[in-house]
Ligand binder design. Structure first.
Ligand code: 6PG
Length: 237
């Protein structure tokens, strides 16, 4: 793994930088692969990035979109990560519906839907342990990422691609650490002063990874941390 840290002046320049990295990687990967696989982050930070990507003229037939986690709500619920990505991006581009691979929350049982997503991934990639081209991640102010929350059972799962990652009593479905760490690139998008304390722990020489799960993200390829000044000012020193 090669780690890159960039602190951008503000969230607008961070989104622009992320877009440049993503478009560059799509172009590079599609020179030698039939398709590009990207895993989306939920939350608020990526929304303007998805808005920007909706304006790009890309080979959508060769781009496949997955999710890193999903809140266990209906797909049209305002908290749904799928709903957010479709409304900001996927609903505005000519991407085939078969290229969109949401985490289903239809069965009523998160365990069942987590297993179904794992089966879907294995069927799509025809591999037991697939490697995504790119995983986008956010980070909570407690250091969680995807739905891998501090001191939860999800952090210990090593034999599955997808598991439950509950936020308190809210059920969530999440990709597991070993699957995320098989990816060729991870880009963290982190903005806001409220993220500073967790970042200080994550970038310290020693860090308890169970307290700050984002520290456990060590992809096979490269790891990009894109921070705005508000989030990353302390790391500049
Ligand atoms: C989610 C995300 C979660 C998010 C962080 C940061 O489903 O909410 O997967 O991990 O990326 O909580 O969220 P913000 O971008 O809103 O700060």
């Amino acid at each position: 793994m090669t780690r890159f840290l960039e602190i951008l002046p503000d969230s607008v320049s961070l989104i622009e930088r992320a877009k440049t990295l993503i478009l560059g990687q799509i172009s590079t990967v599609l020179q030698t692969s039939d398709y590009f696989t990207i895993v989306l982050a939920g939350g608020n930070t990526p929304k303007p990035l998805y808005d920007c990507l909706a304006k790009e003229d890309l080979p959508w037939q060769r781009i496949h979109v997955f999710w890193g986690d999903e809140r266990y709500v209906p797909k049209d619920h305002p908290d749904s990560n799928q709903c957010m990505a479709r409304s900001t991006w996927l609903g505005h581009v000519q991407i085939p519906s078969d290229n969109i691979h949401p985490i289903s929350t239809d069965s009523g049982d998160p365990t069942v839907d987590a297993q179904k997503y794992q089966e879907h991934l294995r069927d799509f990639f025809q591999q037991d342990w697939p490697s995504f081209d790119l995983v986008l991640l956010g980070m909570g102010d407690d250091g969680h990422t995807a739905s891998l929350f501090p001191r939860t059972q999800a952090l210990k799962i090593t034999d599955r691609l997808v598991t439950l990652g509950n936020k308190g009593t809210d059920p969530r479905i999440t990709l597991t650490l070993p699957l995320i760490n098989l990816s060729n690139r991870v880009i963290f998008l982190v903005t806001g002063e409220n993220k500073r304390p967790a970042l200080a722990h994550i970038f310290a020489d020693q860090c308890d990874q169970s307290d700050y799960p984002s520290r456990s993200i060590e992809p096979r390829g490269d790891l990009w941390w894109l921070l705005d000044e508000s989030a990353g000012a302390e790391l500049k020193k």
